[in-house]
Design a protein around this ligand. Structure first.
Ligand code: AMP
Ligand code: GLY
Length: 409
């Protein structure tokens, strides 16, 4: 089978790497660190299956355009992708499906938004309705800060049109969990859970990012938790989408908080998580290409299987990320890092100069990933590899999977 992976980040590198176990791979546009990258637009690539990585092309209807040409596509159409394209609509779908979520309201006007904020006990959560690359969410204890944030979002000064509608929520508390479900329009199967680290700094400090690291499996999320999330979240959501005539074929990514009242859905994404894919997919022992092809065809029959080994990824970011990343720094030590046992480095924001050197070309640059018999071993291996990679201004979190590793798993 020839598979075309659409996208250019670390998630797409991980997809290509794992799909290549059983399929021939082309990645568009990819990046200079991903083997098989081509500049040809997806509509002009010949393949048996198209796997669309990022949310933006899904929201823009790439899945629909490819399906209209008779192609087999893993990824929802624009109708289903709206789950991620509009948080306000997503909340409506959650309500229709009866899925537990945070108390919330949707606003386009500051006065009503402030009234609602004042009615909440705090902490306060303010989200852009539209896409903001994981950076449109403020969580704060301060009512004043929340009110200022509402103002800058609604005015368009912070996130342009994506922020002209905001969703305000009560802040929840508990460990976060990502469950990626592969859906064929009717049926869904869960992949192994992962935990992502959203804040830029150690100890969950600083602004939100696209994700600074991840690990899988998650000791706090056994099969019982996954079953609850599938039965009370993903499956009713698929049914609610079907009731609206939406045939959802792709990943439904459930972003959850494990609160003392049980799991609550923070958000849905309509694609593999980044960097969750980097730790979930390498653990698959079954055939990823076959699984995604079945889902794309509306004929999901396989059950994914996973090895017991753990996987940890540490994101290396460029100076200034997430606010204003600097690009163009020369990356050194990638070969040395990749030579360590169990280590794979997925390339996210990288470019190449005329001399053939790899350069930083984005905010999240490399995903240093390692497998090991335990989370502790995978973590040690990943950080040993991190130590071998250098560029000016590079930063990363030092506490990815630290607590899970201490649990002895
Ligand atoms: P989202 O894009 O909705 O997943 O939000 C990004 C991050 O903001 C989440 O991963 C959480 O860390 C945090 N967050 C979102 N909603 C809430 C909430 N209601 N309470 C606490 N934290 C939240
Ligand atoms: N890691 C969070 C996301 O992919 O949205």
């Amino acid at each position: 089978m020839r598979v075309c992976v659409v996208g250019s980040g670390g998630r797409e590198h991980a997809l290509a790497h794992v799909l290549a176990r059983t399929a021939e791979i082309v990645v568009t546009p990819g990046n200079p660190g991903i083997p098989g990258s081509v500049a040809t637009p997806p509509e002009e690539v010949e393949a048996d299956l198209y796997v669309i990585g990022p949310e933006q092309p899904l929201v823009d209807g790439l899945g629909d355009r490819l399906r209209a040409k008779g192609k087999l596509v893993f990824g929802p159409g624009a109708d289903g992708a709206r789950l991620e394209g509009s948080k306000a609509w997503m909340k409506q779908v959650l309500a229709d499906a009866g899925v537990p979520t945070a108390r919330h309201g949707t606003f386009t006007e500051a006065g009503a938004a402030l009234e609602f904020l004042k009615s909440l006990p705090g902490p306060y959560v303010v989200k852009t309705d539209g896409l903001a690359a994981g950076k449109g969410v403020l969580v704060t204890e301060s009512l004043d800060e929340a009110a200022d944030d509402v103002g800058s979002k609604l005015s368009g000064s912070a996130f342009g049109d994506a922020g002209r509608t905001v969703v305000i929520e009560e802040g929840l508390d508990g460990p976060e969990l990502s469950i990626l479900a592969v859906c064929d329009g009717t049926r869904a199967v869960a992949l192994a859970p992962a935990q992502d680290f959203k804040r830029v700094g150690d100890g969950d400090t600083g602004p939100n990012t696209g994700g600074m690291g991840a690990y899988s499996p998650v000791p706090a999320a056994g099969a019982d938790v996954v079953d609850v999330v599938m039965d009370t979240g993903v499956v009713p959501t698929l049914a609610a989408l079907r009731a609206q005539g939406i045939d959802y074929r792709g990943v439904l990514y459930a972003g959850l908080m494990l609160t003392s009242d049980g799991p609550k859905m923070l958000e849905y994404n309509v694609r593999f998580g980044d960097p969750e894919a980097q730790v979930v997919l390498p653990r698959l022992s079954s055939d990823l290409a076959a699984l995604l092809a079945e889902a794309a065809a509306g004929d999901l029959r396989s059950q994914p299987a996973f090895v017991d080994d753990a996987c940890v990824t540490v994101v290396l970011a460029s100076e200034g990320y997430p606010t204003s990343p600097r690009t163009g720094d020369v990356i050194e030590g990638l070969g040395d890092a990749s030579a360590l046992p169990g280590v794979t480095v997925f390339c996210a924001g990288v470019g190449r100069d005329d001399a053939g050197r790899l350069l930083t070309a984005g905010g999240r640059v490399l995903d240093v990933t390692a497998t090991g018999a335990t989370i502790a071993e995978a973590r040690e291996r990943a950080y040993a590899a991190v130590d071998r990679i250098r560029w000016s201004g590079r930063h990363h979190r030092t506490d990815i999977a630290e607590n899970a590793a201490k649990d002895g798993t």
